[in-house]
Design a protein. Structure first.
Length: 218
């Protein structure tokens, strides 16, 4: 009998390794920029690259402009640790709403920076030969621990889908959509995103409960 669970191939491992390395490089540039600005400097991308021991060409692939790097450093520095408003064992529905609000409020506090970051992401992707994602996935540092707290309730497949769905309603793209397309105010944007995040977790739990009842009946 063929095992329905496919094991990661060597190619998958190589791809994950490249992604991890890119994330480390991006974070090194952000950390260097934060350190230099804390020291009172107003560095260029080239100077940040030198501090991070990264080539200039590589740095510009990640951050086409200093304003994009500054926007990233501001978001990275001000992101609150998840533990400040949610701990394992707390209500995941309430927690994901608080997480969505914390992340999205941080981004909307600098709406110009929000658009600069998105432009930077798009520029990097378009200029990349492989079109592989280069984002840090900052939102996932909130989403993954909360969803994984449901590992005794939701299957791995259900948790993966929930994480993916939550990534749609938290972060730069979600806020640009709700602000620029639906015309929501900042307060409405925050409320809508948090509501959507809570609704997704509730739906995942409701589907699991429905499946459990069907199994009992059969």
């Amino acid at each position: 009998m063929t095992n329905s669970k496919s094991s990661p191939s060597v190619g998958d491992g190589d791809s994950q390794g490249r992604t991890n390395q890119k994330n480390r490089t991006r974070q090194a540039l952000i950390d260097a920029a934060i350190a230099m600005r804390d020291e009172g400097h107003n560095p260029t991308v080239a100077q940040v690259a030198e501090r991070a021991m990264v080539s200039r060409a590589t740095a510009y692939r990640y951050f086409p402009s200093m304003e994009a790097l500054i926007s990233e450093t501001a978001a990275d520095r001000d992101l609150k640790p998840l533990e400040r408003f949610w701990q394992p064992g707390d209500d995941p529905v309430k927690g994901i709403g608080l997480a969505a609000n914390a992340l999205n409020k941080l981004l909307l506090d600098d709406e110009i920076g929000l658009h600069v970051m998105e432009r930077s992401f798009m520029t990097v992707w378009l200029e990349s030969e492989t079109h592989e994602p280069l984002r840090l996935g900052r939102r996932m540092s909130y989403i993954e621990p909360i969803v994984d707290s449901l590992k005794d309730v939701l299957s791995p497949r259900a948790r993966k889908r929930l994480k993916q769905a939550l990534s749609i309603v938290m972060g730069t793209e979600a806020l640009i959509a709700v602000r620029d397309i639906s015309g929501a105010s900042i307060e409405e944007s925050l409320d809508s995103a948090a509501w959507a995040a809570r609704a997704l977790v509730r739906q995942a739990l409701a589907e699991d409960e429905q499946a459990r009842r069907k199994r009992k009946v059969t």
